[in-house]
Design a protein around this ligand. Structure first.
Ligand code: ZN
Length: 104
């Protein structure tokens, strides 16, 4: 037992950071992200530049090899975001159970 460094998990630098809850034009809520590194919109292919806001969309992979679901960034041109302030915006109706996971 001399070197444990290869077992030490180094977190990769974040490619995006969570801004907070946001509302979509159709009234649905989602999570707004801010790009730290460039992304590509999974819907229109446009570049999402650093500091730009975007949302993520859970999509089913064509071939469900291992996990089956993946999340693609979607630019605000495809899905305009209205970022909500973090001050008491509770409706009381609760969420529809659509939970988004973020994996870095
Ligand atoms: Zn797009």
């Amino acid at each position: 037992m001399s070197d444990t460094s290869r077992f030490h998990r180094v977190r990769p630098p974040a490619k995006s950071r969570i801004v907070g809850p946001a509302r979509l034009p159709d009234g649905a809520t989602t999570t707004a992200y801010q790009a730290v590194q460039p992304h590509v919109c999974g819907q229109c292919g446009a570049a999402i530049t650093p500091d730009a806001l975007f949302s993520r969309r859970t999509m089913r992979r064509p071939r469900a090899s291992a996990i089956g679901l993946t999340q693609l960034p979607v630019c605000i041109a495809c899905r305009p975001l209205q970022v909500e302030g973090d001050v008491g915006g509770m409706d009381g109706t609760g969420s529809s159970g659509e939970e988004e996971h973020h994996d870095g």
